[in-house]
Design a protein around this ligand. Structure first.
Ligand SMILES: Nc1nc2c(c(=O)[nH]1)N[C@H]1C(S)=C(S)[C@@H](COP(=O)(O)O)O[C@H]1N2
Ligand SMILES: [Mo]
Length: 437
């Protein structure tokens, strides 16, 4: 490690020189290596480096990263475009609060790599069943009234999973951010809708031309053409310079690197929609619009360990695509009794909501679960209730690709053993198909 750090520092010095920064005032100068120190104290060097002054960084003692996904789609005999760019999950157990740091926000499905888009050349075309088709440059979009909204973004690939060791493994395909952008309704109002307009098609500028159909009613409701995420420009991973943000809907609707909106009179079956996300017969596909009520305990969760009996806080996230979370309940006895958890922070529609419940652990085995009730009155189901409702066996629940099931929002239990170890509380299954996308 020491070697890499040293060469990286050299690189930084060189690039600082190249960037003409040698004349920086002394306070901004790169810290010198301590004379004669075999292994220089990295924290001092890093915290005082010009790089850290210019662009803040975390403590070297904080090492949390996103978790890279396997190549599940690549194992299927379907289309395998290159370059391959792995998806990655949000490390939920390491995070507090409700906003996901952008560097740790899950990122998904880049079968064609991340495009390198010059915002000065990027445009958004709005056309189709409209009175006046328009092309917006990024500068023109920025002149329009904007809003900022806190919303979760979740891939339909999230699902409680008996094989997953951690909450990142079960629910890491989601994040929650402050999104800044122009309401799509403002743009649609500018172009004027023609009779018959009932759907919009959103298309991306990546090589795969990721495309998704969206009902017009949703487009006119709360959809954003977003250029900001958590106070800065949306990053390349998440759609720089422009992405669609479709609050509460399945992740695939949130078209990144957005370049075209076409107003049409029916949904299209675009390549991305039929190639991997649908059942063998696309006509039987259940399209998930707004997600139902959901929640998961992140602390304590799989692979963590309780250090001794007594007070522990049970904490997690609750959310719903239908609106606000109205109540979160926690059970510490395998679902026999439920207690109302306290919500910390604001409760916003279609946003992650943080809950907690103080719990005195008596040192005995316990099964911890949470469930969410949303403002539409929908209650998050248990695995058994979900299976019964849809007429599915357990084998089908875990042996079917998530996007073919619809939203998999059943409860994820965590089991605390007498030794304090926390493991997955779902009964084991023979087969688990886990596909991200
Ligand atoms: N252009 C484009 N947009 C896309 C995708 C993609 O591969 N290409 N993936 C979609 C899917 S399936 C999800 S879950 C979200 C993930 O958004 P994120 O990478 O910003 O977390 O983006 C959606 N928008
Ligand atoms: Mo997704």
């Amino acid at each position: 490690m020491g070697k890499t750090q040293t060469s990286r520092r050299r690189f930084l010095k060189k690039s600082a020189v190249a960037a003409g920064l040698v004349a920086a005032p002394p306070s901004l100068a790169l810290a010198a290596e301590p004379a004669g120190a075999a292994e220089p104290t990295r924290s001092v060097l890093d915290n005082n480096s010009l790089e850290s002054v210019l662009y803040g960084r975390r403590s070297r003692f904080v090492t949390t990263t996103r978790e890279v996904e396997g190549r599940s789609h690549y194992d299927t005999p379907r289309i395998r475009p290159e370059p391959y760019r792995p998806s990655a999950r949000t490390p939920l157990a390491e995070l507090t609060g409700t906003i996901t740091p952008t560097s740790l926000h899950f990122t998904t499905q880049h079968y064609y790599g991340i495009p390198d888009i010059n915002p000065g050349e990027h445009t958004l075309l709005v056309e189709g069943l409209v009175e006046r088709p328009l092309v917006f440059t990024m500068a023109e979009l920025r002149r329009l009234p904007f809003v900022s909204r806190i919303h979760f973004l979740e891939c339909v690939g999230n699902r409680p999973n008996p094989r997953a060791a951690t909450v990142t493994g079960t629910h890491g395909r989601m994040g929650c951010s402050e999104w800044i952008g122009v309401p799509l309704s403002v743009l649609l109002n500018e172009v004027g809708l023609k009779n018959g307009a009932s759907w919009v098609i959103a298309e991306a500028a990546d090589r795969g031309k990721h495309t998704k159909s969206l009902p017009l009613a949703k487009a006119l409701d709360d959809v954003l053409v977003a250029y900001g995420q958590n106070g800065e420009p949306v990053r390349p991973d998440h759609g720089y310079p422009l992405r669609l943000l479709v609050p509460g809907f399945e992740g695939i609707y949130n078209v990144k690197w957005l370049k075209r909106i076409k107003v049409v009179d029916q949904p299209y079956l675009s390549f991305q929609e039929h190639s991997r996300f649908l059942t063998p017969n696309p006509k039987t596909q259940r399209d998930a619009y707004d997600f139902g009520p959901n929640s998961v305990i992140t602390q304590p969760s799989g692979s963590q360990e309780l250090q001794g009996r007594g007070l522990h806080v049970i904490s997690g996230l609750a959310w719903s695509g239908a609106g606000k979370v109205s109540r979160v309940e926690v059970s510490t006895d395998g679902g026999d009794t439920w207690q109302e958890a306290e919500v910390s922070g604001p409760v916003l529609p279609k946003a992650h909501t943080r809950f907690h419940l103080p719990w005195r652990w008596n040192g005995e085995e316990a099964v911890l679960q949470s469930r969410c009730l949303d403002e539409r009155g929908q209650l998050q189901p248990s695995e058994e209730e979900y299976a019964r409702y849809w007429g599915l066996t357990r084998g089908q629940l875990y042996g079917t690709i998530q996007s073919q099931l619809g939203y998999c929002n059943w409860i994820q239990p965590w089991k605390v053993s007498a030794d304090g170890k926390v493991t997955n509380g779902l009964a084991p299954t023979d087969v688990v198909v886990d596909v991200h996308g």
